[in-house]
Design a protein around this ligand. Structure first.
Ligand code: ATP
Ligand code: MG
Length: 382
């Protein structure tokens, strides 16, 4: 078969043709930025927050709005927060002006120098007095506002994986950041992160500094119709025909979750035996995907308590409209009352394995759920 690169990408930010729709979300977020409305964008893991935000920043840039994207994923200390923020600022603003002059005008406590990585991409390194972290933090936080004010421009700063801020100096830093942000008139802030932490820990607790700082924006899945069109187009572009009912089986399996859809399509493309995919091919791809993930799933499983496993089995066998606490399940697992299962479910929520939405519990990883149902549920005693 002719070799064409797999058109389905999973695990990293997607852009260009690999990015499906989200037109309404892009428009809404752009509108918020134009209106200088701070936004808290959150979803479950891998719903496409980062990809969406980059798309929005690309559009914002075309309108003359200066975008700074700070990835806080790798940080666990205040020093690292400062480094990542300063690097993000340098990466952006150095495209507008000569880097060295800019850095001198921007910072007095932070020293930034630019080198190149082995691939030839610019790489910034940051230095500052570690005994003066708080002052350096203040300087980094006010630098974007100061720069934009001087230039008479407007910008947007995205803190991606914002929940990591809780790893720094705790509330003291959050309070300082909030106080500074409130005085900024030339920057709009987008706080992006995972649902659980953003909502429960940071933004909906009246005692926390970021309470009500901006508009709450829950990111949903991609609409089924858009996703169907996307799947067909991506296969067709790679010279593969796919039957409509095969697409249907895919979106039903992945429940329109962007990451799992791309993952399943990627596997389907990898294992296809001809350039025409039929509905029958999808279960093969699901089986393949499950076997690829089985070691990771087994490792997760091994670390759970018996009650947690029972609760997962109950959830994996619960269809919409049913309760995992139904008598049949409680009896099966010798649970005297629902509270026993609720306790186990809560501990699984803490572990990011289970999610609770509108009062209903569900296993986050759809393929983990399927793996439990297929390989565990009826084969192991509890
Ligand atoms: N608009 C989209 N079109 C197509 N695929 C998408 C889209 N958004 C997300 N995906 C799929 O989901 C994966 C994760 O996307 P992304 O990293 O943007 O999500 P995220 O919500 O930022 O994830 P995390 O919670 O890990 O930060 C991508 O690799 C891609 O497979
Ligand atoms: Mg992300």
């Amino acid at each position: 078969m002719e070799h064409i690169k797999n058109p389905f990408i999973y695990g990293t930010r997607v852009s260009g043709d690999a990015f499906c729709n989200r037109e309404e979300e892009v428009e809404e977020l752009l509108g918020d930025i134009r209106a200088r409305q701070h936004v808290i964008l959150f979803s479950q893991r891998r719903f496409g927050k980062t990809s969406l935000v980059w798309k929005v920043l690309e559009e914002a840039r075309k309108e003359g709005i200066i975008p700074v994207h700070v990835d806080l994923y790798p940080i666990s200390t205040l020093g690292e927060f400062i480094e990542e923020y300063a690097k993000a600022i340098a990466r952006t603003l150095s495209t507008y002006e000569k880097a060295t002059r800019l850095m001198k005008g921007l910072f007095s406590r932070l020293y930034l120098s630019m080198g190149v990585d082995p691939a030839g991409n610019p790489q910034w390194s940051v230095g500052f007095d570690r005994n003066r972290e708080i002052e350096t933090f203040d300087e980094a936080v006010s630098s974007v506002e100061n720069y934009l004010k001087r230039k008479g421009k407007f910008g947007v700063v995205v803190f991606d994986e914002f929940q990591q801020i809780t790893e720094t100096n705790g509330e003291k830093i959050e309070r300082r950041l909030r106080t500074a942000i409130q005085t900024h008139e030339h920057v709009c802030y987008l706080f992006v992160g995972s649902k659980k932490h953003m909502i429960h820990d940071l933004f909906s607790n009246p005692n926390r500094p970021f309470y009500r700082i901006g508009k709450i924006f829950p990111l949903g899945k991609i609409a089924a119709a858009d996703l169907r069109g996307f799947i067909e187009k991506r296969f067709n572009e790679a010279k593969v025909d796919i039957d409509v009912n095969a697409i249907e089986v895919i979106v039903e399996t992945t429940e329109c979750h962007p990451f799992y859809t791309q993952y399943l399509c990627h596997v389907l493309y990898d294992i296809m035996e001809s350039r025409h995919i039929r509905a029958d091919d999808v279960p093969k791809a699901i089986g393949f995907l499950l076997s690829r993930e089985s070691t990771a799933y087994m490792n997760t499983w091994d670390l759970l308590t018996n009650r947690q496993r029972q609760a997962l089995v109950a959830l994996s066998e619960t269809v919409p409209g049913e309760s995992p606490f139904r008598t049949e399940m409680l009896r099966r697992f010798n649970m005297s009352q629902p509270a026993v299962m609720i306790r186990a479910l809560k501990s699984l929520v803490d572990k990011d394995i289970v999610d609770k939405e509108d009062g209903r519990y569900g296993i986050i990883d759809l393929f983990f759920k399927r793996w439990i149902r297929t390989f565990i549920s009826h084969s192991q005693p509890f």
